[in-house]
Design a protein around this ligand. Structure first.
Ligand SMILES: Nc1ncnc2c1ncn2[C@@H]1O[C@H](COP(=O)(O)OP(=O)(O)OP(=O)(O)O)[C@@H](O)[C@H]1O
Length: 254
């Protein structure tokens, strides 16, 4: 599904009777199946953009259009994965994945078949009956991703989904995510603080700065990407410079 932000303005407060815009005049077109990474300093409005697209927030002005239809609230077409995977601790891996489907009143045999398909996709065969407390952070996050995928959303919204993981697991999960994306062909809107993560994952990087799109840059590198290559690191330098402007930075440059 394609996504379009048109003239989006969003404020939470007013200053001297005027809205204090967190996002101001955001215009962005995302193609079906495109992997977009949004980079930006803390507080620049990344999550606000994601929450608007998810339908959790309403813009002051402007429209968000998904495949020709205005976003007016949350929809199963748009699956969300957060940094904290929010699994039900009292449910097993299989039950957590089945939960969303059960709500839609599928047949039991169908629910089991779909859950199995997603357990295979995330490589957790053998852990079907494990509880979240028995899983590593990376495994739990994979369950979180499967739970978002199970309703077959056409757009996947990911808010720092790998942020809480250690460096090695994070690296594995990036590769895993590319594999899942290549199989499922979803449109992905992915927020990160990590410049190399954005360069590794994205078809296109959007750099947000003080509520504006400061850069909108395609990554012209074949996959799988070599993080040690000169070209990869030229992109990392480009976005790092774009973010810092010589000022104090809170960006991870691994
Ligand atoms: N519900 C809300 N009410 C009031 N202010 C809010 C609300 N949500 C976000 N803000 C403010 O909007 C600004 C942007 O927040 P947002 O969470 O979008 O930033 P972010 O770029 O995702 O930051 P981070 O990288 O730290 O998650 C911040 O100044 C934040 O305090």
């Amino acid at each position: 599904m394609s996504v379009e932000f048109i003239n989006i303005h969003k404020s939470f407060d007013e200053v001297n009777g005027k809205p204090k815009y967190i996002l101001e005049d955001i215009n962005l077109k995302i193609k079906t199946g495109e992997f977009i990474c949004v980079l930006g300093k803390s507080g620049c409005g990344k999550s606000t953009m994601l929450n608007l697209l998810a339908g959790y927030l309403k813009p002051d002005k402007g429209r968000i259009i998904v495949d020709g239809v205005d976003v007016n609230g949350p929809s199963a077409q748009r699956g969300v994965v957060f940094q904290q995977h929010a699994l039900f601790p009292w449910y097993t891996v299989k039950e957590n994945i089945e939960f969303g489907l059960k709500l839609k009143k599928h047949k039991k045999s169908e629910v089991e078949k779909i859950a199995k398909q997603y357990i295979d996709m995330i490589g957790l065969q053998g852990y079907e009956n494990a509880y979240p407390a028995e899983l590593s952070g990376g495994m739990a996050q994979r369950v979180g991703i499967a739970r978002a995928l199970v309703n077959n959303p056409q757009v996947l919204l990911m808010d720092e989904p790998l942020g809480a993981l250690d460096a090695m697991t994070r690296d594995t999960m990036r590769k895993e995510l590319i594999r899942i994306w290549q199989i499922s062909k979803k449109t992905i809107f992915f927020i990160t603080h990590s410049v190399p993560e954005a360069v590794y994952l994205a078809d296109r990087v959007i750099l947000l700065k003080q509520g504006h799109i400061a850069m909108d840059t395609p990554i012209n590198l074949v996959r799988p990407r070599d993080i040690r290559s000169k070209e990869f690191n030229e992109y990392v330098d480009l976005f790092s410079k774009g973010l810092t402007d010589g000022s104090n930075m809170d960006v991870i440059v691994e």
